[in-house]
Design a protein around this ligand. Sequence first.
Ligand SMILES: Nc1ncnc2c1ncn2[C@@H]1O[C@H](COP(=O)(O)OP(=O)(O)OP(=O)(O)O)[C@@H](O)[C@H]1O
Length: 296
Amino acid sequence: MEHQHQEQENNIVVSDEVLVNGIRTTLTLTSDGTLRWFDHQHGKLSSLCVEKQVLGLTTLGMLITINTVLCKGGGCLGREGLVRTRFVFQALSADSLRILSHNIQTYIDSLGRPKKLYIFVNPYGGKKSASKIFSNDVKPLLEDANIEYTMQETKYQLHAKEVSRSLDLTKYDGIICVSGDGILVEVVNGLLEREDWATALKIPLGAIPAGTGNGMIKSLLDSVGEPCTPVNAILAAIRGHKRSLDVATIWQGETVFFSVLMLAWGLISDIDIESEKYRWMGSARLEFYVSLYLFI
Ligand SMILES: Nc1ncnc2c1ncn2[C@@H]1O[C@H](COP(=O)(O)OP(=O)(O)OP(=O)(O)O)[C@@H](O)[C@H]1O
């Protein structure tokens, strides 16, 4: 028992008394990334897994606010829907506030999360809902995570490629595309056309589903058992979850293309390209063009 107690003490990163709803309790961060305190109001020990549930913290006066996303049904994973929840702790002195917030922030910083992102939003893709997805789902979570960003709406075809070709990548920890696969592919092609392409290609890319197919983000989230939603996609980016992908190079005469998702020719690519003129139909344009192709 004595030994167990000692071991627990060794794992404490920081621990101090705070007020929660005016009642004194002890807030503790342990080296496994768990924040614990006793919730007197509900008569139970509360805990947060920093890696999975905490987005960021802010301080105001003597208050430390921890911004989190929690599953409605409890636990860290789950499909029932995530809710943004804030936990407020009142420090008892300026020193305590500084030490607690510094240690919690240092732990968050050690998780390798991005601090500044460049974000493309394609208002033209899919159901034309990218701007709404950005404002409703992406922006609030980035703010909770204290991630700075530069947002650029794409104004025309190949705009994202053009920007990616000359973007100062030293200013960003990643590029996010609130779009379908088209913008992501433009970004990859823009990066690969740079003189510093070998370094440029190391910048993490993220996708938030706001297009028609969203094949890339769908397969990435599916491979970790997560549903393909804008919230899950931005959470993966905020948490700094990464995975390497192969890039295929295709030469067609003098022209070079780079592909990260799929390579198609013949009927499949005809459908993809030619159905563009029926984009107003949404995803039904693909089936519509197949019917046209087969019967006319
Ligand atoms: N402002 C704009 N006006 C017209 N076209 C645009 C504009 N911005 C981007 N585009 C073009 O929109 C096309 C489709 O983009 P995106 O991939 O985001 O959506 P999608 O085709 O509906 O989805 P998916 O590729 O997943 O099927 C891209 O080829 C891009 O160049």
